[in-house]
Design a binder for this molecule. Sequence first.
Ligand code: PFF
Length: 451
Amino acid sequence: MKEERKNFGSKLGVIMAAAGSAVGLGNVWRFPTEVGRNGGAAFILVYLLCVLLIGAPLMLSEFVVGRSTHANPIKAYSKLAPGSWWRVVGVEGVVVAFLILSFYVIVSGWTLYYTVQSFAGALMESRDYKAFFSDFTGDAWMPVLYGIMLMLLVHVVIVRGVQNGIEKFSKVMMPLLLAIIMVLAACSFRLPGFGQGMAYLLKPDFSKITTDVLLSAMGQAFFSLSLAMGCLCAYASYFDSGTRLQRTVFSVSVIDTLVAVMSGFIIFPAVFSVQGLQPNEGAGLVFITLPSVFNMVFGGAPFLGYLFSGMFYMLLLLAALTSAMSLHEPVTAYLHESFGLTRHKAATLVSLSCMSLGVVCSLSCGIWSGYTIFGLTFFDFLDFLTAKIIMPVGGLLICIFVGWVLDRKLVRDEVTNGGKAHTCLFPIYMFLIRYVVPIAICVIFFNELLR
Ligand code: PFF
C-alpha cells in the first residue's frame, strides 16, 4: 500500500535537511584540499563568486522543479514536460545519486573508522599515518565492514521517512556539527601556526588565479552544494507552499560556505604549526597529514590529542551521514512512488544494491586495484564518470530547462511564492540561469574533458 506523501514539518527542518545534504565530505575534506592545491585565499575568493553566481541560481532552479511538482526527480520532469525527453534530466539525477552513494558511503565508512580509532587512541599511537591509512583502505574487508555500518545507519533514517527520519536526524546532527566545528576553530587560536594559517586563508595573491583555479572552484561549488544529482530536487518536493525558496537557498549556501571556510580555519593553522608540512598535500591532507599534526601539537598531552582528533573525525562523520542520506532519498522515492514498492522495501533495495557496488569500489582501492577501466580503478572511474561527465551535463540541462523551456510564470510564482517574497531578485536570477550558468558550465565541462 502507498503511504501518504508527507512534507517537512517546519522551516528549520527544511533548512537543516538541505544544509545537511550540502555540508559533507566536500566541505571538511575536499574544500581544504582544493584550497591547499590552488593557492589559498585567492581560490576562496573565486569560490565565493562561483557559489553566488552559479551555485545559488542552480540550487534555486532545482527547488523550483521539486516544489512545483511534489514528486521524485524523474516524475517531476515528466510532469512539467509531459511526453518529452526532459525526463532524462530526472533519470540522470537519480542514477548519479545512486552511483555517488556507492562510493560516498565507503569514504564515509573511513571517517567512522577514524573516529573510533581516534577516541581509542590507536590512531595517534600508530605514528606512521601513511601506513595506517593505506593498511586500512587496502584491507579487503575492514573498509567494507565500516561502509556497511554506515549504510545501515543511513538506511534506518531513510526508512523512518521524511519527517521522522531525515528531518529529525538533521535537526539534531546539524547543530551538533556546527558546535563541534566552533569548538575546534576556537582551539586553533592557540596553535603556534595560527597567524600563518590565517594569512594563507585571508591574504589573496591574485597572481595565483589561473583558469585552472577558476575551474576547480566551480567544480567544488557544484559538489559542495549537492547540485545536479537530484538530491535537492527530491528534498524540495517535500517543501510546502509556504517555504520561501530564495531564503532557503540563501541559508543553505551561507551555512555550507561557513562550514567550508571554518574547516580551513581549523586545518591550515594546524598544518602551519608543524615545520616542514605544506598546505598542498592533496587528498591525504585530512587522513594522513592531520593525524601527524595532531600528534605533534598534542604530543605532551596525548589525551587531548585523542579528544581533538576524535572530535574532528566525528565532525567529518556527521557531515558525511546527512549527505549520504540525501543521496539515498531520490532513489528510494523513485522506487517507492513509481513502482509502488513500500518505502521500506524501496529503501532496502537501494541500500543493498548500493552496498554491493560499494564493495567493488572498496576492493578497487586495495586487492582489486590492478583491474582498471580506461586506466582508472573502479572507484576512480565512478568518481570521474559522475563528477566530470554526468554531473556537468545534468547541471547544464537543468538550467536550460528552467531558464528556457519552463513557463516563465510558473518559475516566477515558485521563486517569489506567488509574488509574496522579494520579486526584485527575479530578473537577476533569470539572467544568471539563462546565460551565465550555462556558459560557465560549458567552460568547465570542455576544459575538464580536454585536459
Ligand atoms: N554536498 C556533499 C558534500 O559536500 O560532501 C556531497 C553531495 C551530497 C553531493 C549530495 C551531491 C549530493 F547530491
